[in-house]
Design a protein around this ligand. Structure first.
Ligand SMILES: [Zn+2]
Length: 245
C-alpha cells in the first residue's frame, strides 16, 4: 500500500516550490483527510504551505512547512489516532475545522445531547413537505444562527426570492462522517446547516448567487459562519458552518 512516508523515502521531502505532481497531490489528499481544506490541485502553493504548518503546530512538530518523514508518518495514521495526539488550534471566534479543535470547542453532542438546543425559524421552511418551525443546533452557535435567520427574514420581506433555497431544510445536527472520509463532519458537532440539498449538490464549480442568494451568504457571514460555496477545493453551496476552514 502506498503511504506518504513511502513517497518521501523514494521521492524526497515535499515542500513549497517543488514541481507540481503526484507527491504533492498525495499530501493534499492526506491533509484533507486530516481535516484541513486545501485544493487537490497538485500545486504546493501558499495555502498548502500554511496548512502544513498548522498541522505541524498542532502535532508538536517544527512548523517549517517541509513535509519529511515525521510529518508524513502522522498523516499516514488512522484519523482517530491522529486526533488523540492533536492540540486544538487556537483561533479567534469560531474553532478551526479539524476534529481536535472542534472537540475542544463543541464537546461531543453525539454523547451529550444537552449540548444541543432548538432555534426558531422566522420564515417559511419545509422538510420533505412538512413545515419546520425550529431547527436543532449546538448551544454555542444558537445565538449566531438566530441572528442569521432574522437577517434572512428581514431581507426576504422586500425580496421573497431570497428564500428560494433556505425555505428547503436539509439538516443541521447529524452524527455522520464527511462524505468520502472517516472524520466527523461539522454536522456531527451541531455546528452546520444545509439547505435545499436536492437542488444544490456538492461539488458544483464556480458557485454563484443563483446557487445561494448573496443576502443569505451575507446574513451568515455577519455571524462569522463560513459558506461552503467559499470552500477551497470541493464547493458545497448548500452548507454553512460555525468553524473556520
Ligand atoms: Zn452540510
Amino acid at each position: 500500500m502506498s503511504s506518504l512516508v513511502n513517497l518521501i523515502r523514494t521521492g524526497g521531502l515535499i515542500k513549497r516550490g517543488d514541481p507540481d505532481g503526484a507527491d504533492v497531490l498525495a499530501l493534499q489528499v492526506a491533509l484533507n483527510a486530516a481535516g484541513y481544506r486545501v485544493a487537490t490541485d497538485s500545486v504546493f502553493g501558499p495555502r498548502t504551505d500554511m496548512v502544513v504548518r498548522q498541522f505541524q503546530r498542532q502535532h508538536g512538530l517544527k512548523a517549517d512547512g517541509i513535509v519529511g518523514e515525521k510529518t508524513a508518518a502522522l498523516l499516514d495514521r488512522p484519523h482517530p489516532d491522529l486526533v488523540k495526539g492533536a492540540k486544538p488550534l487556537q483561533t479567534a471566534g469560531w474553532p478551526h475545522d479539524d476534529t481536535a479543535s472542534l472537540l475542544a470547542f463543541y464537546g461531543a453532542p453525539w454523547a451529550d445531547d444537552g449540548l444541543l438546543t432548538r432555534v426558531d425559524v422566522p420564515f417559511s421552511m419545509t422538510y420533505e413537505g412538512n413545515v419546520v418551525r425550529k431547527v436543532r443546533i449546538h448551544r454555542r452557535c444558537a445565538d449566531a444562527l438566530t441572528t442569521a435567520f432574522d437577517l434572512i427574514a428581514k431581507a426576504a420581506r422586500g425580496k421573497p426570492s431570497v428564500l428560494r433555497h433556505v425555505s428547503i431544510f436539509s439538516g443541521t445536527y447529524n452524527n455522520r462522517p464527511i462524505r468520502g472520509s472517516s472524520r466527523k463532519s461539522t454536522h456531527a458537532f451541531g455546528a452546520a446547516i444545509d439547505f435545499d440539498a436536492p437542488n444544490l449538490p456538492l461539488g458544483i464549480r464556480g458557485v454563484t448567487s443563483a446557487d445561494m442568494p448573496q443576502e443569505v451568504v451575507n446574513a451568515f457571514r455577519v455571524t462569522g459562519a463560513v459558506w461552503g460555496g467559499d470552500f477551497v477545493g470541493r464547493k458545497d453551496p448548500m452548507h454553512f458552518q460555525y468553524a473556520n476552514p
